[in-house]
Ligand binder design. Sequence first.
Ligand code: SF4
Length: 458
Amino acid sequence: MTALTVNLDLVKKYNVPGPRYTSYPPATKFANTVEWPGLLEKIAANNQTGRGLSLYFHIPFCETLCWFCGCTTVITNNHGQARPYLDHLEKEMARMAKIIDAKREVVQLHWGGGSPTFLHPDEIRRLGETIRKYFRLSADIEAGVEIDPRRLTRDHIVALREIGFNRGSLGVQDFEPKVQESIHRNQPREMTQRVVDWARELGFGSLNFDLIYGLPHQTVESFGRTLDAVLEMQPDRLAVFSYAHVPWIKPAQKILEQKVLPPPEAKLQLLKTVIERLTENGRYVYIGMDHFAQPADELVLAQRNKTLQRNFQGYSTRGNADIFAFGMSAISQILDAYWQNEKELPSYFAALDNDQPPFARGYVLSDEDKIRRETIMRVMCDLSLDYAAMSQRLGIDFPQHFANELTALAPFEADGLVRRSPHSVEVTDIGRLFIRNIAMCFDNTLAPEGERRHSRTV
Ligand code: SF4
C-alpha cells in the first residue's frame, strides 16, 4: 500500500458512533442474566477443542489519573495495594486452573491496565512465577505488556524480560509539554527514549507506541513535531487513537472541557496528518482501526496471509486461542461465550474471599452471532470477503445469507471504499479508514445511531 490521502468530506460523512469490534457482539450487550454454571459447561466443552490459551491480566493501579483516560483504573500511590491484589489474582488462577484443561498451552500472554508497571520489579517476578505455577507457557509465546515510562526503572524491564515478555506497548500520547501538562501526564521525550533504549538493549522484540489525537492544545503543527520524534524512535507498531470524550462515563474528562480541545474540523486535520505522515514513503502500513505497523512486521504479513485476528487486546497474529482473563473488570472470550469479572476492587476481592468466581456478567453466542462475528472479524482483518471461502468456512450460502448486508454496501462502493464483484467484496486502501462502518453493515445488534454509547468510528 502506498501513502494514503485522506478525503475529509468522506470522514465527516462516515464519522458516526459505532463499536470497535474487539468482540462481537460488543461488551455493551453483556448481561447479568447469564449464569456461571452455564458458562462452566461451555468451558468444559471448550476444553475438548484443545485450542491454545491467551491469558490476560488486568493490573488496575495508576499513581495519578491522566485526565483523558477511559480505562478501568484504581488511582493510588499506596503501593501496598499491589500485594493483596496479587494474592487475589493467585486465588483466581488457582480456581480457573482446576477448570481449564492443564494440557492446553498458553500461546499468548498480555498484561494491561491501569499500569502493569505500577508493580515493583519483585512483584512482576512474583506474578510471572505464579502464572507459570498454574499454566504451561509455549516456548514461542507472544507475551506483551503495557508499559508506563513514568516512574519506571531499568529493573522493571529486566524483570519483565526475565519472566518472558517479548513485546512492549508504551503509553506516549503526545510529546509536547503543553499538551502533557493539560492532560496531567508529564512524560518528557527523554524519559520515553530511555525506556525504548532499555527495552531494545534487553531484547524486547517489538515495541508499540500509543498516541492520541484530539487532546487539548494539539495542532497539526505541534502533533507534527510529536510524529517527527516518534518516527526517529521507530517503534515497530503504532496505535493512534482518537480521543474519545465521554464525560458521562468518565467524569474526570470534564476537566479537559476547561482546556482548549481542538474543534472537530481540527481533529480531522490531525487524523489526516497522522495517516499521511505515517504511510509516507511506505514507512508504516495502515492495518486499519488506528493501527500501523512497519512493512516487515508480522501483523502486516499476517494481514497479507489472511491469518490476522482481532480480540480484546486489538490485532493479533495468534488465532485459535481462547482468552481467559484475570483481575478486576477483565473480559474472557471462548468460542461460545464472553464473560466479565466484577468491575470494582471490593466486589472482586469479596467474591474470591467467599470462594466464588468474581464473575459479573456475560454473553452466550447464538449460531447467528458466530456467523456474524466471523464475518466482521474477517472483513476487519483481511479487508476482503471471498464468498466461496466464507460459505465454506461458515457452512452457509454466504451471498444469500447476507444478501441485504451486501446490498447495503452500495453507498460504500459509490464512495470508493469497497469494490464488489459477483464473488467478493474488497476494502480499498482508503476504505481501511472506514472499516468500522463497513463492519457495522454485518452487525444485527446495533442500536439506532442516536442511542449508541460508542465512540465515533473515525
Ligand atoms: S496511565 Fe494509562 S490507565 Fe493509568 S490513568 Fe493514565 S491513561 Fe489511564
